[in-house]
Design a protein. Structure first.
Length: 462
């Protein structure tokens, strides 16, 4: 009987640096909401693809709701953020959006989303070159006014593009579906989708699969679909799933997915398969309950990266406190981490500031939440570079919270960081707090000069 080391050892859940990526400013292309697409590692660099909408899309969706007619643009576009580690810090690509709307009369002229990227090598790829494939959902209108949906393909020689659409798109006509991901196993491509969307609850559904021998297809839908269905009435995932990535690791297909008992309230569960078709749900689900993150209403569109002993889960992060129509809307991008060992040491960036002005202080809102729910030890490391003419250093403030939402206005800890004019200083402080949640802010004590940059890292251990 085949074994799964993940189910044998179980998971220890650790809150990652949330929010990891925020919506842009109110006039940005991604200024209204973000949703998670795939996570992709290439040559030591991490790429987090996402789809987003801005103010213009929000306004047009409102018009559509009033008139019942499509007002363009109102759909998603695809962008990416880049980081040197699985936990960031994440920097949005200046060339975003990577994949814009297609022509007005194209099959994807109304929007595209749910990107999945794979790197290909083989006899059909020119020697010495690399080819990247991106599958994505597209929506458009035919000349007769009929709505068309499908899954398209684009190619590039670099993860940042430029991306060229395949001439015979869409490669799969799969209406009412969201792309989960594509994996290649032993020469065969497995495409997983959420389908049919809305069959069990608004925006939720079961998972299905199609296979092909090449990226372009032809894609053959599995006769036994769906391959993963919602749980029985009353279970934590009885209302269905939002789209979720599939990872093939050490001979097993792994899926960390967002499930819901009530639409709009989603936790994270785990399922696995030895053949890609028959799936087994983990008995300890959900592996990330919703109440583990302050103010969260859903972890949706989950994507996973496995780098033992850690499994990094990248997802859309929705909030209880934010209004749907607000700018920004209640959707950023967040990260959770699972350790397959109860003993761990994990470092994560929690505050990154390009420049801190004279006598200026960062805000608590700039800092990601530091959760001690699964950790027994904590160290805070600050790194900064002083101006050659600076006459004073920086001060690190640590504030605590019982619920991760309301923070004290009195410091739990306060540290003056070593000052060396013109030098980069790195200092670690070991803490032993009894609080459940922490945040930090940094104060520049110099009267005349900026500190550039400032980086704060939290290292959790157990």
């Amino acid at each position: 009987m085949r074994k799964n080391i993940f189910t044998e050892k179980g998971f220890t859940e650790i809150l990652g640096p949330n929010p990891a990526i925020k919506t842009g400013d109110e006039n940005a292309w991604d200024g209204w909401n973000l949703e998670s697409s795939c996570i992709f590692k290439d040559k030591g660099i991490y790429y987090w693809y996402y789809h987003a909408r801005g103010r213009k899309e929000r306004e047009n969706i409102r018009k559509e709701m009033k008139t019942g007619k499509i007002v363009h643009p109102s759909g998603y576009r695809i962008g990416v953020a880049v980081a040197p580690t699985p936990l960031g810090p994440w920097k949005k690509y200046e060339g975003n959006p990577l994949l814009d709307y297609g022509p007005s009369d194209a099959w994807d002229g109304l929007g595209n989303a749910c990107a999945c990227v794979l790197k290909e090598s083989g006899p059909d790829v020119e020697k010495g070159s690399e080819k990247y494939y991106m599958w994505y959902n597209g929506w458009g209108m035919t000349r007769d006014g009929e709505r068309r949906e499908g899954i398209g393909l684009a190619t590039s020689s670099h993860p940042l593009g430029p991306w060229k659409r395949y001439r015979d798109n869409p490669v799969v006509d799969w209406p009412n579906s969201y792309l989960c991901g594509v994996v290649k196993v032993k020469g065969k491509y497995y495409m997983y989708v959420e389908h049919p969307v809305g069959s069990t609850a608004p925006d939720l559904g079961p998972f299905c699969v199609a296979t092909a021998d090449s990226p372009e297809g032809p894609w053959r839908k599995y006769e036994g679909n769906p391959i993963l269905s919602p749980g029985p009435p009353g279970s934590w995932d009885s209302a269905g799933f939002s789209e979720a990535g599939i990872v093939y690791h050490e001979g097993i297909f792994h899926c960390f997915y967002s499930g819901s008992q009530t639409a709009g309230i989603e936790s994270i569960g785990y399922a696995y398969s030895f053949d890609g078709y028959k799936w087994i749900k983990y008995e300890g689900n959900p592996v990330v309950p919703l109440n583990r993150t302050p103010d969260a209403s859903a972890f949706a569109e989950v994507q996973a990266l496995i780098e033992p002993p850690f499994i990094y889960l990248y997802h859309t992060l929705r909030y209880i406190s934010r209004d749907f129509w607000a700018i920004p809307r209640g959707e950023d991008l967040g990260i959770h981490v699972l350790s397959i060992s109860p003993h761990f040491r994990l470092s994560m960036p929690v505050l990154t500031i390009d420049s801190l002005g004279p006598r200026e202080a960062s805000s608590l809102e700039d800092c990601c939440t530091i959760s001690l729910q699964s950790a027994s030890s904590l160290a805070i490391t600050i790194e900064c570079r002083y101006h050659p003419s600076a006459e004073a250093g920086v001060r690190l403030h640590v504030r605590s919270s019982y619920d991760g939402i309301n923070y004290d206005n009195i410091d739990l800890y306060r540290f003056d960081v070593d000052f060396r004019a013109g030098k980069t200083v790195k200092r670690t402080f070991e803490l032993n707090p009894k609080a459940r949640y922490l945040k930090v802010f940094v104060e520049n004590l110099d009267k005349l000069h900026n500190v550039t940059p400032v980086k704060v890292t939290a290292t959790l251990g157990n």
